[in-house]
Ligand binder design. Structure first.
Ligand SMILES: [Ca+2]
Length: 140
């Protein structure tokens, strides 16, 4: 197979929504036309083409090992127009408590031509008892 990057065009959210969502009124970033609890923009970023109910196990998950928080998630390959960041909070009752974190490492494992698995490690400050994490996707 010959790979020619000249013809490799990146997919943006609007094109993805047009291709994957038949109801034109439900193509917004926060819409959830397949009622799986995952908003369109997140499905796009994670490479979960609708209907994606069978791929919910691919949603981000976090594990803590001592002072290290590992976040693992699926990520679409060949997409553009979005920014993905990681945030943590130790108080879910305060919506302004989320803090952007810069991972100290990132490991990528290919899944197929459309997606990869990303695992990032974030340092947990000493003395932290509880910590919550999220993957935040925004449109550029
Ligand atoms: Ca959905």
């Amino acid at each position: 197979m010959i790979y020619n990057p000249t013809f490799n065009t990146l997919l943006n959210f609007d094109n993805w929504a047009q291709t994957n969502i038949s109801d034109t009124g439900l193509r917004g970033a926060i819409d959830d036309p397949n009622n799986n609890g995952v908003q369109n923009l997140l499905e796009f970023a994670l490479g979960l083409t609708a209907p994606s109910s069978g791929k919910l196990s691919a949603l981000p998950r976090a594990t803590r090992e001592g002072n290290m928080l590992k976040i693992t998630h699926r990520r679409a390959i060949g997409v553009s127009g979005i920014t993905t960041i990681y945030e943590t909070s130790n108080d879910l009752s305060n919506p302004n408590n989320w803090t952007r974190q810069t991972p100290m490492s990132e490991a990528i494992v290919p899944i197929d031509s459309d997606a990869e698995t990303v695992t990032v490690e974030i340092v947990v400050p000493a003395g932290t008892e509880k910590i919550f994490a999220r993957v935040k996707v925004t449109q550029e």
